[in-house]
Every structure is written in C-alpha cells, then in structure tokens.
Ligand binder design. Sequence first.
Ligand code: ATP
Length: 358
Amino acid sequence: MAEVRLERVRKEFGRATAVEDLTLTVRDREFLTLVGPSGCGKSTTLRMICGLERPSSGEIFFDEQSVGYLPANKRDVAMVFQSYALYPHRTVEQNIGFALKMMRVPKPEIAAKVRTAAEALGITDLLDRKPRELSGGQRQRVALGRAIVRDAGAYLLDEPLSNLDAQLRVHMRAEIKRLHADLSRTFIYVTHDQVEAMTMSDRIAVMSDGKLQQCAPPEEIYQRPANRFVAAFMGSPPMNLLPGEIRDEDGVRRFRGGGVVLDLPPPVADVLTGAVELGIRPEHVRIADMPRPGYLPGRVFVAELLGSDVLVTVDVGAALVKARVPSPFLLGQDSFVHIGLDPAQIHLFAAADGRALR
Ligand code: ATP
C-alpha cells in the first residue's frame, strides 16, 4: 500500500461539519503535509485515514482498495500522536517494541527491529530508561520509534513536534525528513505550523474551515497562492494585503488602496478593474531614504531585527506595509522613507471571494 486517495470525504459531528467534501490524492512515497489553523479539520482527516474516525460520506482508498470499513488495526498505517502516548511503566525498548509484541512477532526479531529503529533515531543508549527519565525531544523520538518499527505503507504524524522547544523542533524537522528518505514510504503529516509545512513537504495541502484551499509543492504555494487565505497563511512574516480598487486612469491601469498608488504594467494590468486586495511579500518591498520614481512616501513605524534581516513596518497613510531588508537598517523610528513595490511580484485577489486574479 502506498497511495492514499480521498474522494469527497466529509465528516460531520452533530450539526458541525469538520471536513467538507475533501478530494485529495497522496502519492506513493510522498511527504504530504496537511496544514491550516486550529479547528480546520486536519486531525479529523488524518484520523479518518488511519481508521480512528469514520467518514460521514465519501470514500478513502489505499491504492485501489476502499478501506472505509476496515478498522484501524487492519489498515497498513502507523500513526504518531502529538501526545506521544508512551506507556509510563515500560522502558523505551518495551515501548518501541509494543506493537510488534501485540502482533506476536518472535522476541529476537522484535529486539532486532527495535535496535534498528533506535539506531535510526539515535536513541540506542536510552533503551533501558522509562519515559519520565527522558527529555521532551527524546520522548518524541521514542514515539517516532514506535511507529517506524512497524513496516507500514503509510506513516501518519499528527503535530509530532508541537511539544518541543523551538531549537529541538528545527532539529527534529530535519530528522523526520531524513527518516522519510530512508524509509521511502508515504508520510502524511499534520501541523498548524506553516514553516514546518514549507520545509519538510513534497506537497502541502492547505485547509481552512474543513475545506481544501490548495494542494501544491511548497514553492507553488508560496509563489502562486490560489486565494487570499493561502497567501495570508503561508509565509513568515506574512504577505502584506491592501484592500483597494483597480481603475483605468488616463490610459493607465492603476491600483489605489490603503495609501498606496501603483501603476500596473502588463501582464498585471490584464486583470479586470474593480475591488481587489493587493498582496506583496515583505521581501519584495524596497526601502529608500530618498524619493525614487514609482516609490511611495511613508514613515518608519517600527524596525525589528530578525537576524540577518530587519523587518521594517512603514506607515504609508492608511496602511502599514512590512518590508524585509538586509541588516543593518540605520533609520530610526518616525524617519521619512520611500517604499517601492515591485510590480512583477504583486498578487491580486478578488475582493468578493478572495480568489487569486494573478
Ligand atoms: P487543531 O490544530 O486544533 O488540532 P484541527 O485542524 O486538527 O485542529 P480537528 O481536530 O480536525 O481540527 O477539528 C475540526 C472541527 O471538528 C473542530 O471544529 C472541532 O471542534 C470539531 N471536532 C473534532 N473532533 C470532534 C468530536 N469528536 N466531536 C465533536 N466535534 C469535533
């Protein structure tokens, strides 16, 4: 089993719809991440794939087999939960080998598989310890070990890094990615952290309000978001979004909104006139201390050091525009500046429904 396909899968809890007509194919050996804000239905989707929850309607296929009525233990999947779900009175070795023991795998075989999993995760020296004697990161590895010790067609991971501190999360992100390459199996990963989704995935499925918003490789999600929601959710710091209008003025197609006036050259100008939201990522906003053609005047509202870059928030009148510029940024708060929005890098979204116009 390798490919996981959802066809118009829906899940209702009473009158609330947690997942709405979700159609999605996770390819063989792919690392696909379901990402979205809290409550958007990603955990419910994962629980339906693994068999802990039954869809209200729609079908789930593992390769060509419909698994709708297969219980969790009959599906060829291994799941890692956010809470680790380790047995406190058992050692690391017993925890990792537990599923195999339940499957009546012979003891020497269990020992060998546990050792291989522990080696892959770098925890061979912890095998005799109990969970309470481990750090958060070590517990997380044991939870991963419990899943990878089983040879499953698909590994399902529900926010496995959310209990770890920032540094450890970055480290474990890389480890999980390597694990995926080593095991060469399908991984379906759930997170609300868009940075995790961006860095780890072959493709990202962005969800909101139980609905799939876009499913595409990370670069495409970042560079060509399908709608305003995806544009705003993916990217850190987030994209600037300015409500306004596109009009024809003196033969020029022009955007006006939030204090920003921008002439739109072709092909951007092919977009219809009317109410829109203009989006531009902070890294595509330039700052100058002198006026330049096409630049807009503003004042530095605040400058925040991000490390090698500085995030400068500029007040342009009716809106605040964020620019990400290389450090050092030497102008202080309230300094007069001029900002340039690269017309080739702008996104336009229909005001009515948020769909991307370009
Ligand atoms: P989080 O990141 O907070 O875990 P999520 O995106 O994983 O959120 P789900 O846990 O899938 O979201 O929940 C989707 C919606 O379904 C939410 O509104 C949630 O309250 C509701 N829901 C989930 N499980 C149940 C349940 N067993 N009974 C009733 N409502 C539920």
